[in-house]
Ligand binder design. Sequence first.
Ligand SMILES: CC(C)(COP(=O)(O)OP(=O)(O)OC[C@H]1O[C@@H](n2cnc3c(N)ncnc32)[C@H](O)[C@@H]1OP(=O)(O)O)[C@@H](O)C(=O)NCCC(=O)NCCS
Length: 180
Amino acid sequence: MSANQPSATPTVTRLARYTKADQEEILGTGDDPFGVAGAGLTWLPKEDHFGVRLDGRLVAHAGLLRLPVAIGDVRTEVMGVGGVAVAPAVRGRGLARLVLAAALDHARTRGPAHALLFCRPPLVPLYQRLGWHPLPLDTDVLVEQPGSALVTMPLRTMTTPLRDTASLPAGRVRLYSLPM
Ligand SMILES: CC(C)(COP(=O)(O)OP(=O)(O)OC[C@H]1O[C@@H](n2cnc3c(N)ncnc32)[C@H](O)[C@@H]1OP(=O)(O)O)[C@@H](O)C(=O)NCCC(=O)NCCS
């Protein structure tokens, strides 16, 4: 089979880079492809990128970034997950599940015991289906913004353990970085 033919089961590859053009290949050139512009936040680019190509076109992506945090009074690190995106024409076929599974397989090799992501409230059930857990609504999650501002994350925070025995400490979450 040539590299350009779609295979029956799409495979995830580690991407050497992930540019704005790559994101636009997946989500198009709209102003607010993630539906989070209303939050008015500045986001970090991710460091590690995983993608799915169909017929040579990038159609799915998930990014990873290791981040310092405090959870309650525990200083630790988490694997931040972000930029999860699937092209509109191929949604509902398990590509988010596939690309996130590959990203989390890699995250498990990095050390932190938990992965963390932010999402719009309507996506909470989707991520729960994929094994993620929402932090309770009354848990404050503080993230940094340019100019040393510390702001409360208005989106939902979801976590998933990266080790069988990992349990998340209780309490307020504070990212020592911009959100991812
Ligand atoms: C969110 C997004 C990535 C989902 O991609 P997708 O490829 O359609 O997702 P999948 O097909 O892998 O579905 C994942 C799982 O969630 C389930 N699911 C989908 N919608 C659901 C819902 N409303 N409630 C519960 N489960 C849901 C699916 O059935 C699937 O589970 P299954 O594999 O057990 O059947 C895609 O819609 C997208 O790119 N949206 C725009 C960008 C965005 O908002 N990204 C999220 C940033 S946090």
